[in-house]
Design a protein around this ligand. Structure first.
Ligand code: NI
Length: 183
């Protein structure tokens, strides 16, 4: 296993469309996923997509940390999930504005509108099929990671670029998204 180098915004691999994985249970996929998990643990991120480690294949990993969830049904803590060839379907419900960061966009945070409820499906490297209906942060992290597979970084999903800020400034000068929404 090894810790992989992360591509940063501007690297062309982050703008490309990743290829479907023919055999999700292939040993090469298990090796890639093991390295992605080691890389994610090393930097304490919530999620990672294969193109971020210079592999243009449709593989994502993510977890939903307890401190980020609302506790609503469908938005509870989730242990590490591996999805090969994930597919997302938006469910009815409003778009929600929430803060995101990205290991490929270091030092920044942005407020990004996302579907509040989604259904997603995918295969694990063990060959199991996962299908879940989720909301809140869980829905957000899956949309963020799957966007990487289509060459989309979160700043491209933003509608108000005044809300793209440095983490250090954001910590000193918090922005209340609920208050902004009420304006
Ligand atoms: Ni990201």
């Amino acid at each position: 296993m090894s810790i992989l180098k992360i591509a940063r915004m501007g690297h062309p691999i982050l703008r490309g469309v990743a290829a479907p994985v023919e055999d999700p249970t292939a040993p090469a996929v298990k090796r890639l996923v093991a390295d992605m998990i080691e890389t994610l643990d090393d930097i304490a991120g919530a999620g990672l997509a294969a193109p971020q480690v210079h592999v243009a294949q449709r593989v994502v990993i993510f977890r939903v940390p307890a401190e980020r969830v609302t506790g609503r049904p469908g938005d509870t803590a989730q242990e590490l999930t591996i999805l090969v060839n994930p597919v997302i379907e938006a469910l009815s419900g409003p778009m929600e504005l929430g803060w995101e960061g990205c290991l490929s966009v270091p030092g920044l945070r942005g407020a990004v509108p996302r579907h509040s409820r989604i259904r997603y499906r995918g295969t694990t490297p063990d060959g199991a099929e996962i299908e879940r209906e989720v909301e809140g942060f869980h829905a957000r992290v899956v949309q963020h990671e799957c966007d990487h597979l289509d060459g989309i970084l979160y700043p491209q999903r933003m509608t108000d670029h005044r809300l793209l800020v440095f983490v250090e400034e954001w910590q000193r000068h918090p922005i209340d998204l609920a208050a902004l929404a009420a304006e």
